[in-house]
Design a protein around this ligand. Structure first.
Ligand code: 9WO
Length: 254
């Protein structure tokens, strides 16, 4: 898969894109990421990329002619979609990452501080994506978030082929708790079932704990999810346990 990133601050991308999984994915050629400086597409002597807004007001606006030249030049003959990272976009999520991972080529456009001229949105931007309801200084970190989330889903990028299929969210649930040695630390014990070697019981325990966390922290995820028979049964156990505890507490307070 290929990513082209258009930005006023290409230097922001060097570290994250060359480290760890992303760095290895690029080295092995599974993914290509090119970062382009928007300023290189400003043709005037001072290489001006922005101007004051029509109608007045604070701030500056990135110029339509500079951005049009940048997008058209990077796009070349490819019909890759242009994604603009902004708080006004559709919410990015694991399912959007999976959709994007099926594409051969994406162009990511990052603004910085300033908004883009609306005509860029209308004529060159295909999708607008937000990574969350907050305002940053620019779309660079969101662009890196998108590259990271999409790249790890590409076949061959994670060591174990189904690592990404097992992880949190892929199954529509939060992750279960993890433990490693020692089996006991300052009196804190690892749940017995994980030491049992009984794979069926372990899988059921993990699913139940994933459901418990999701129920407690993100009940909205359960509403959207199609639950299997086993998941429904485990969820029932959890609510039974909760109401049993409720009775104990009520008895104690009497
Ligand atoms: C800047 C500004 C200055 C004065 C008054 C109002 C203002 N709003 C903004 C603004 O929204 N700037 C954005 C900075 C312009 C687009 C790039 N920037 C950005 C992208 N900030 N946060 C994001 C972003 C992108 C995706 N997901 C979450 C946040």
């Amino acid at each position: 898969m290929r990513f082209d990133i258009l930005t006023l601050f290409p230097e922001m991308f060097a570290g994250p894109l060359s480290t760890s999984i992303l760095g290895k994915a690029r080295e092995s050629g599974l993914v290509t990421v090119d970062v382009w400086n928007i300023r290189d597409y400003a043709l005037d002597k001072h290489r001006i990329v922005d101007d004051t807004p029509y109608g007045g007001g604070a701030g500056m606006v990135l110029k339509v002619d500079v951005l049009a030249r940048a997008v058209e030049s990077v796009r070349g003959t490819s019909n890759a979609p242009v994604v603009y990272l902004s708080p006004q976009g559709r919410m990015f999520s694991q399912s959007v990452a999976a959709e994007l991972a099926a594409l051969p080529h994406l162009i990511l456009l990052s603004g910085h501080y300033e908004e883009i001229d609306e005509r860029v949105r209308q004529h060159w931007v295909d999708w607008e994506l937000s990574i969350g309801d907050y305002v940053l200084t620019g779309g660079e970190l969101p662009a890196m978030v998108v590259v990271d989330a999409v790249t790890r889903l590409l076949p061959g990028v994670l060591g174990h082929e189904d690592s990404s299929k097992e992880d949190s969210f892929q199954a529509g649930l939060l992750d279960y708790p993890h433990y490693t040695r020692p089996a006991e630390f300052r009196g804190m014990k690892v749940p017995e079932v994980l030491l049992s070697g009984h794979h069926g019981k372990i899988a059921r325990y993990r699913l139940k704990e994933a459901l418990r966390r999701t129920l407690l922290r993100r009940p909205d995820l359960l509403q959207r999810k199609d639950l299997s028979t086993e998941e429904r049964q485990l969820l029932q156990e959890l609510t039974d346990e909760a109401s049993a505890e409720g009775r104990v507490n009520t008895d104690e307070s009497d």
